[in-house]
Unconditional design. Structure first.
Length: 245
């Protein structure tokens, strides 16, 4: 990820409607597939500014994070968060260490996403839950993907096939439904006009209020139906089945 992308992440992680929306979707999945807290251990892979570590901790988990980028690691350390500098393919944790592992907008950064999936399986306890979010639709590829050093965007089929190689997938759905149509139009027009896509803009206070309200509605729809019909990203939850006797 480019340096300026990390700077944007630090500045916007707690205020920008998109990042807050992602946390709303995570809450829905955690509510459905995990038992909050009870001294269970959770790991956020590619923890960035540590927002997800804090979100998991607030739910009662013993939460930890890893990131291999110096800026992210140092930022989390300054916040006194339990973070380790490590690679997603070689985390350094003992086998069967965690009840929940999250990789939110992470695996698309690595050429070998299967190696990450296998490492997650290794460090998850039997019956543990893996929660993953990825950017969707290769045709939505844009300058933003290049700046974030993405290797790919996913279809539901490609993500499902990847997860099912090591896990039993419990749930998969589109997310960020409300911005799908405007994002599709803007990205397509920018490609036609050959203009680079602007990354995360600084929304006004009222824009943030409006989008947070829209995302609250989207979250409630997601919670009720456990599915959204389209979106710019995909969310999935998978379980590590106990080894057969």
């Amino acid at each position: 990820m480019e340096f300026e992308c990390y700077q944007e992440l630090i500045e916007k992680d707690t205020t920008h409607w998109w990042f807050l929306g992602k946390k709303k979707f995570l809450d829905v999945i955690l509510d459905r597939y995990t038992d909050n807290g009870n001294e269970k251990c959770a790991l956020d892979i590619g923890c960035g500014t540590g927002g997800i570590i804090e979100q998991l901790g607030a739910r009662g988990f013993k939460s930890f994070g890893i990131d291999n980028h110096e800026i992210a690691f140092n930022f989390c350390q300054k916040k006194n968060l339990p973070v380790f500098k490590a690679d997603a393919k070689q985390t350094g944790f003992e086998a069967s260490s965690f009840d929940v592992v999250c990789a939110l907008d992470v695996i698309e950064h690595d050429e070998d996403d299967l190696a990450i999936i296998r490492e997650v399986k290794r460090i998850l306890k039997p019956g543990g839950i893996f929660i993953v979010m990825v950017p969707a639709h290769q045709w939505l590829w844009s300058h933003c993907d290049k700046m974030n050093h993405h290797k790919r965007r996913y279809s539901k089929k490609s993500l499902l096939n990847l997860l099912n190689r090591e896990f039993r997938t419990l749930h998969i759905s589109w997310i960020h439904c409300s911005i799908f149509i405007p994002a599709s139009v803007i990205i397509t027009l920018r490609k036609i006009l050959q203009k680079d896509q602007v990354r995360y803009t600084n929304p006004t206070h009222y824009t943030n209020l409006l989008m947070n309200y829209i995302y609250e509605l989207e979250k409630n729809t997601y919670r009720t139906f456990h599915y959204l019909p389209f979106g710019t990203s995909i969310a999935a939850a998978a379980v590590k089945d106990p080894a057969p006797y």
